[in-house]
Design a protein around this ligand. Sequence first.
Ligand SMILES: Cc1ncc(COP(=O)(O)O)c(C=O)c1O
Length: 414
Amino acid sequence: MTKLQVTPRNGEIVLSERVGRISVSATLAVMMEAEKLRAEGADIVDFGAGEPDFPTPDNVKEAAIRAIRENFSKYTAAGGTLEARKAIANRHAADFSTSYAPSEVIATAGGKQAIFNMISCLINPGDEVLLPVPYWVTFRDVINYAGGRANLLETREEENFDLTAEMVKNALTPRTRLVIVNSPSNPSGAVIAAREFERILEVTAGHGAVLLTDECYCQFLYEGRPFSVAALPGAKDHVVVVGSLSKTYAMTGWRLGFALAPAPLVSAMVKLQSHSTSNPSSIAQKAAIEALTGPQDSVQTMLKEYRRRRDFVVEKLNGIRGVSCTIPRGAFYAYPNVGAFLSSGVSGERGRAGNGAPSTNELAKKLLREAGVAVVPGEAFGTEEHFRISYATSLETLAEGLRRLQGFFSGQSH
Ligand SMILES: Cc1ncc(COP(=O)(O)O)c(C=O)c1O
C-alpha cells in the first residue's frame, strides 16, 4: 500500500504553508458546534447561520426541475453559459443602470468563489488590501491565502460603523492594490451612502487601486434605494462587483454567484476557475436565469419580513442591561456590543476585570452551553466586544432566543 508523504520524525502529514495561513470559517465552526449539541439532544436556538430561512421561490425550483428533465446536465463554459452571463448583466443593468457585456461577467459557485478567484488573480505576495473592520471573515482568510497583507481599517461603533472616503484616503499606502467594501455589511448592517461611495471610488481609483464591492446584500436595504458604485461614470475600469443569488433569492445551497469586472480580469478568473471547480452547476445556472429574469416580488416579501424582525431584535437587545446595539440599515444581522460582560473591560468603564468571560469567543461558548443560543463571536469579524446575531429566522425563534439571551445576561456579572 502506498503511504502518504509524512515527516520522517513524527509521522504527521505536512500541510502547505499557504493553507496554514487560514482558519476554519468561524461561522461554520459555530454551526458545527450547535449541530453537535443538537445531535446530543440539546434544544438550540441558532442565530449563527447567515442564510435566509425562506425557501427558494417556486418558479426558480421549477426552472431547475425543467433543466434536469431536459438533460441540461453537461459541462458548460467554465465561466457560465452566455445565457446565464447575460441574465446576470441584464439584472444588474435593470437594478442599477450599469452596462456590462457578457465578457465582463463570470458566473461562479457562489459569491465566495468569485472573491477567491478575484483576489487570487489580483494579489501578489506582499500586496496590501485595505479591509474595513468589522469585516466578513472570508475576506481576511482569502487575502492571507493569496499571500497578501490585510491592512485593517477600524470603523467606529459610535458612528454606526460608517466607512468614509477620508478614512480610506488616510489608510492607503504605496502597496495598497485593493480596497474592499461590503455594503450593506455583514456583520454590522452598515450601509455606505451613494455620495460617500462616490468619494471612496475617487480616492481608490486616484490611488491606482481596485475597489471590490461585495453586493451580496444589496437588495436588503431598510432605507433608501439599492445603489451600485459600478453605475458611476468611469467606474467600471476600477471596480469589481461581487454578487450572489444566495441571499437575494434564498438560494444558499444552489451555489450561484458572480463577478462583474474588466474583461482581462474576468478572463484570468475564468482561467483559474477552469482548473478548479470549472463551471458552476448547469442546473443552478438555469435556476439562476429564472431567478434573475422572472418576477422579483419574493425579494420585497423577504425584505418586509426582515425589517419587522430587525426592529424586534434591536429593540429587545437594547432592552437587555449591559447590551447595546446599533441599528442595522441593511442585510439581516444585528451586531450588539456585549463588552460589559467581558473581563477585559475593553470599552472604558464597561466590564470589570476579574468578572465575565475573557473574550467573546468564550462568552459565545458559554452562551451556547448554558442557554442553548448559537451566535458568532465578534473576534471572527475583527472586533472584540460583539456578537453577530442573524435574524434570518422566524419571529417565534427570535423571541425565544432573545428571552434566553435576557436570562443569560441577567445572570452574568457586568
Ligand atoms: C458579505 C458576504 N459576501 C459573500 C458571501 C458569499 O455567499 P455565497 O458564497 O453563498 O454566494 C457571503 C455569505 O455569507 C457574505 O456574507
